[in-house]
Design a protein around this ligand. Structure first.
Ligand code: AHG
Ligand code: MN
Ligand code: MN
Length: 336
């Protein structure tokens, strides 16, 4: 069988299935090209002078790594001139980036976490890029970056595409355009993303969970109860042993769940309560929730389905519980 490249996959989604428009196809191709460039920059590591701190802070008060800034610039520059976008928003930018007048404007909005898990860069552990695509509402005011923020505040159910790249032993691009989840592996010699897995399904049951246990004393009662039951293993109410993993790169933790199932939690806790949670709704939780649901899993805050949330602001944070359906439903039921 001929190799199915990302370009061919997208053409078939457009031409044969009519699932995507020509502009959305262009958008995904441009994002994938930017991910290739980010993969190359990351791959140079200490040889490229790209490791370490940038010496600046983003709007969320987090110290930026050099590669946070480099990855953000790669995505902005790649997507600015193609004519497929109305505006972009990023974890690393306070306000949306509107398309300069010298370029045509398109009908899509792109949101991204340019580099997820950046605390892992300097120790050579997998990091990634997460992105989400929305339609720009008709008549939206894009005259200033401040005004443009409003156009982005749509629930996750309106996403038309979402995906992530994982920069690990191999570079992968995991994508949904609302027609299931597909995985492409970067062929480094050819410089092409090649389809390596179709119809990704997350097993409904699992014996693996991911949570930062150092926050245990801050958790709410339902999460305390749930994790306590897992830790009791065979002797406890669950009657089986569970294993724990925590990469601290959401992309890597979610990708493991896409591959063999599992439960991922960054729940509401006393430490992050004032901010609403740790992870960001619009460019971390929503795209991951869309992908996970497309693969047969579930994603909630513990109280509500993530994709149903009406965002109030661009950099809003939310609690996240996602992965194997039966486990997500159990933790969510404990919150009821
Ligand atoms: P980012 O590097 O984009 O700021 O995101 C980091 C996130 C997420 O990837 C990960 O799951 C989580 O932060 C790790 O948090 P802890 O350091 O609290 O474990
Ligand atoms: Mn992140
Ligand atoms: Mn990031």
């Amino acid at each position: 069988m001929a190799r199915m490249t990302l370009s061919r996959y997208l053409i078939e989604e457009q031409r044969q299935k009519g699932v995507i428009t020509a502009d959305l196809k262009l958008l995904v191709e441009v994002v994938s090209r930017a991910c290739k460039a980010i993969s190359i920059a990351i791959g140079k590591g200490g040889l490229g002078g790209v490791l370490g701190e940038a010496g600046s802070e983003n709007v969320q008060g987090e110290a930026q790594k050099k590669l946070d800034v480099v990855s953000n610039e790669i995505l902005l520059e790649a997507n600015e001139w193609g004519g497929h976008l109305a505006a972009m928003a990023s974890e690393e930018m306070d306000l949306p980036h509107t398309i300069p007048n010298r370029y045509p404007q398109g009908e899509y909005l792109l949101l991204f976490d340019p580099l997820d898990g950046s605390s892992n860069i300097d120790v050579n552990v997998s990091v990634g890029t997460i992105f989400s695509v929305l339609k720009c509402p008709e008549g939206a005011d894009l005259s200033t970056p401040e005004a443009a923020e409003q156009a982005f505040l749509q629930p996750g159910t309106t996403q038309v595409a979402a995906g992530y790249a994982v920069y690990g032993p191999t570079t992968l691009l995991v994508l949904t355009v609302g027609d299931g989840v597909v995985v492409f592996t970067l062929d480094r010699e050819m410089g092409a993303f090649v389809l390596t897995q179709e119809n990704v399904r997350i097993p409904e049951d699992t014996k693996e969970f991911a949570i930062n246990m150092s926050n245990q004393r801050y958790w709410e009662a339902p999460v305390q109860r749930y994790v306590d039951e897992l830790l009791q293993g065979k002797e406890g109410p669950r009657g089986k042993d569970f294993n724990m993993r925590w990469v601290a790169s959401m992309v890597a933790d979610v990708h493991r769940i896409m591959t063999r199932g599992g439960l991922f939690m960054y729940p509401l806790d006393a430490k992050t309560r004032d901010k609403g949670g740790k992870l960001r709704l619009m460019y971390e939780a929503n795209p991951m929730a869309f992908l996970v649901e497309q693969a047969g899993g579930a994603a909630t805050t513990g109280r509500e389905r993530i994709l149903d949330l009406q965002p109030q602001k661009l950099h809003q944070r939310v609690p996240v519980i996602l992965g194997s359906k039966n486990e997500v439903e159990r933790v969510t039921a404990y919150h009821a």
